[in-house]
Design a protein around this ligand. Structure first.
Ligand SMILES: Nc1ncnc2c1ncn2[C@@H]1O[C@H](COP(=O)(O)OP(=O)(O)OP(=O)(O)O)[C@@H](O)[C@H]1O
Length: 318
């Protein structure tokens, strides 16, 4: 579906004013290669300024790269712009594609004309999305009067009305409460499963990634640092699992052979371990009488932070 080979995009950045100042070349995307299969949901992650939007803009045909080969569904985005755009949809959490003063259904009608969606297909899609996204109560409301969650749902419908094969989602749940986030994620999963829509998801919300994407790509300073399963990222770069033990009494010596002591506060002691929990639990219970034990999994958030901060994957470590 998507093939990107040695993609490079630079910007000339002016310093000290356009007329007199000098300019430097900023390498937003350095040498990025990846491919995405039809029907995949891929999380595209990276800290601010990493190069995510630049990649997406090239993929949508908005920017022409300096060099590299890019094909989406057999088309070169910036060359076959019209045909390309007809096959993709996009939702940007931070802004809307709806007309601000028009009732939602009129925006959708306008998009039907722009994308030349056949009338029966439009009706069917509108029916489906109205039901799945519960658009009914606000189809007659202008976009400016929608809540953020309603606006996001209307934007998703707008992006999918013309049956795109590929969907770009940029922060699709930003600013929403947990219930609204979950509803949007459920819908994305649904259209991916039932319509085989390929999804490229850029987000800072790792909940989106955990719930939607099995595969993640991580970019930083314009270079791809990781491309693979979310699960292996966690297994390879996540911190250790944690055993939180409440002993019956404050142990005289909280050290347990084979476990890493992370901290002790009265009878509550935390240990780090890797692998299965059974053996560490047996060790702890043999050490002193135990009242309660919980296992804390390392958070994906912490793993990704470690990668950004430590440059863990840079310099050929992967
Ligand atoms: N039009 C432009 N002119 C000059 N520099 C740009 C332009 N667009 C992006 N850049 C620079 O390129 C780098 C990559 O930016 P990009 O917007 O792709 O990052 P990002 O990963 O999408 O970040 P964010 O998460 O903040 O959206 C940044 O240093 C940015 O300042």
């Amino acid at each position: 579906m998507i093939t990107v080979h040695n993609l490079k995009k630079t910007f000339r950045v002016h310093q000290g004013g356009l007329l007199r100042g000098s300019s430097v070349v900023m390498e937003a995307v350095k040498d990025v290669s990846f491919s995405v299969e039809r029907g995949e949901i891929v999380g595209y992650l990276g800290p601010n300024g990493a190069g995510k939007s630049t990649t997406i803009k090239v993929l949508t045909g908005l920017l022409v790269p300096d060099s590299g080969r890019v094909e989406v569904g057999g088309l070169v985005p910036w060359k076959d712009r019209r045909a390309h755009v007809a096959r993709l949809g996009a939702v940007f959490g931070q802004r809307t594609t709806l007309w601000w003063d028009l009732p939602v259904h009129e925006s959708l009608e306008l998009l039907r004309h722009i994308y030349r969606v056949p009338e029966p297909r439009f009706r069917q899609n509108l029916r489906d999305f109205t039901e799945l996204l519960e658009l009914g109560p606000f189809l007659n409301t202008p976009a400016r009067a929608l809540s953020l969650g309603q606006r996001m749902r209307a934007d998703l419908a707008a992006a999918l009305l013309h049956d795109p094969e590929l969907l770009f989602l940029d922060e699709p749940t930003v600013g929403l409460d947990v219930v609204a986030k979950e509803r949007i994620r459920e819908f994305i999963r649904h259209i991916n499963a039932t319509r085989e829509v390929t999804v490229l998801l850029t987000t800072h919300d790792l909940g989106d990634v955990e719930r939607l994407a099995r595969r993640v790509m991580i970019i930083d300073h314009g270079s791809l640092l990781y491309d693979g399963a979310l699960a292996s990222l966690q297994a390879r770069y996540g911190s250790a699992r944690e055993l939180v033990v409440d002993f019956e009494f404050t142990p005289i010596d909280p050290q347990v052979p084979g476990l890493t002591l992370l901290g002790a506060e009265g009878p509550r002691v935390r240990y780090g371990f890797t692998g299965a929990a059974a053996a560490p639990i047996a060790r702890v219970t043999a050490h002193a009488p135990v009242r309660d034990i919980t296992v804390k999994e390392p958070e994906i958030e912490a793993t990704i932070r470690r990668i950004y901060e430590g440059g863990l994957l840079r310099d050929g470590i992967i």
